[in-house]
Ligand binder design. Structure first.
Ligand code: GUN
Ligand code: ZN
Length: 485
């Protein structure tokens, strides 16, 4: 079978792609607004105006309501919702996770989704939440895999089938599940049961879940992060290789009178100003918005606008090659996101495989930037420099250097590299003048490694005040260090 996902541009492990459905091509990353078949304060037919290309709804809710069920069977899902583009349908698994049971079998709900004309069908997987025993997780995972296999047998060829990756927060089970599902071959791989992690701000664990599941998949497979709809974490999730999101958040937050921004959420009563330029926010003042009789609907509209604005922002960053800069900015919105950023960079070796070798400019955004995949890559490639004789390492080109065979430039967080590379990515870094501890540490460790790799070379290192760091003492043991304070 030909692939229904094409990758066009990449940055970190993120990508801009094309998901080819039978009802048109969808550019990813994107968000599918969640449509409640019972209540719609914003009509599905309007969703395109916000930037939506594809919707998601719940086939179990349709199935349980006789009127909706008959209409969907007779006229089709697209007519029922009034939307011509691709529609993904969920299976009732989420209800299963909330209520403990559903009154339907896997075969019945897969068959129903096909019959009503769903474009992406989701089988009845079991969402095993975090903090469940390993034994229980394995039992549920086996059932999920059996159901997914059964669904694969039932599904017709032109309909896409999603294979949700489960495994609670056991990294090896997530990876194993992803590997098994890859063998079976699904069209989309949602990562399931992550809602409890997001609801409680356990973003670092979310990073672990995403990376372990990604490790088991073919990198070219499209990934959906089930239940992720807050724009605050899109950049992070995209940089880890997630392509699809679904948002009930726009409506759920509005119901709670909450106003979404890319850095967090406000209760509408707390707003004195509207920090946004969407059509709602330019035509209302904060006071008028609070008092509007349709306040909930207005909030839902604003929430959708900012959601899609952030998707465009993320896509632009991928094209420009500065997605990680955006991630580092967004992750400053909440300390738990900052923890997630640090957690993500613990996997820089993994990220490095996907991260393009050449981009525009490396922007240093803070101590975490020292852990970026580019810094890791440089460290791995230090053995590629072949040096001999005498080498001078310096931070600026002030000093006479004719007596040296090599002149290396010292630039944190990288370390020392041949001066002629200084305008080449990533050495063309825009950094701060007063280097922070982490950035100097990485740089000195790389210099020490370079010296160790070249035992016959005589190194001279000229340093000024702003490069002060405890590791200089170590350096003095293996090189001539001139302190130019
Ligand atoms: N919606 C949110 N999480 C999940 C999940 O794990 N599985 C399914 N099918 N739907 C979800
Ligand atoms: Zn707005």
């Amino acid at each position: 079978m030909t692939s229904r996902f094409e990758i066009l541009h990449k940055d970190a492990a993120g990508r801009i792609g094309k998901l080819i459905t039978r009802r048109g091509v969808v550019e990813t990353p994107t968000v599918m607004p969640v449509i409640n078949p019972n209540i719609q304060s914003i009509k599905p037919s309007e969703m395109q105006n916000f930037g939506a290309q594809m919707l998601i709804t719940n086939s179990y809710i349709i199935y349980r309501n006789e009127e909706l069920r008959e209409k969907a069977l007779k006229e089709g899902l697209h007519s029922l919702l009034g939307f011509e583009g691709p529609i993904m349908t969920d299976s009732g698994s989420f209800q299963l996770s909330v209520y403990g049971e559903v009154e339907i079998t896997n075969e019945q709900i897969v068959d129903f989704q096909q019959k009503i004309g769903s474009d992406i069908v989701v089988p009845l997987d079991i969402p095993t939440p975090p903090n469940v025993t390993r034994e229980q997780t394995e039992i549920e995972l086996n059932t999920t895999i059996q159901r997914l296999k059964a669904a694969k047998e039932l599904i017709k060829d032109d309909i896409m089938l999603a294979g949700p990756v489960q495994g609670s927060n056991y990294a090896d089970l997530r990876e194993k599940c992803a590997r098994i599902l890859s063998e079976i071959n699904f069209d989309v791989y949602p990562f399931g049961a992550v809602v409890p992690l997001m609801e409680t701000y356990r973003y670092s664990e979310l990073v672990d879940v995403i990376i372990s599941a990604k490790k088991g998949l073919d990198p070219s497979a499209p990934v959906h992060l089930f239940g992720a709809g807050h724009p605050m974490m899109f950049a992070l999730a995209v940089s880890l290789g997630c392509d699809l999101f679904d948002s009930a958040a726009y409506a759920l937050y509005a119901k709670d009178k909450r106003y979404i921004t890319t850095t967090g959420t406000y209760h509408v009563d707390k707003l004195q100003y509207l920090p946004c330029s969407c059509p709602i926010c330019v035509s209302y003042t904060a006071e008028k918005l609070k008092r509007a009789s349709n306040c909930e609907e207005l909030l839902a509209r604003h929430n959708l606008y900012v959601t899609f604005e952030e998707i465009r922002h993320v896509k632009q960053s991928i094209k420009e090659g500065n997605l990680l800069e955006l991630v580092e900015q967004r992750c400053r919105a909440h300390p738990r996101l900052l923890s997630a950023l640090k957690q993500m960079y613990k996997y820089s070796d993994w990220l490095e495989q996907y991260d393009p070798v050449s981009k525009s400019t490396f922007f240093y955004c803070g101590p975490e930037s020292s852990m970026r995949p580019e810094v890791m890559r440089f460290s791995h490639r230090l053995n590629r420099f072949s040096l001999k004789g005498k080498a001078l390492i310096r931070a600026s080109s002030m000093r006479i250097d004719s007596e040296f065979d090599h002149v290396l430039l010292f630039r944190p967080p990288f370390g020392a590299f041949p001066e002629e590379l200084s305008e080449i990515y990533p050495f063309n870094t825009e950094s701060i003048h007063i280097h922070d501890y982490e950035s100097l540490e990485k740089a000195y460790l790389n210099v020490l490694k370079l010296i160790e790799l070249n035992p016959d070379v005589e190194f001279t290192f000229i340093l000024s005040e702003r490069f002060k760091h405890p590791l200089i003492e170590k350096l003095k043991q293996v090189a001539t260090v001139i302190l130019n304070y």
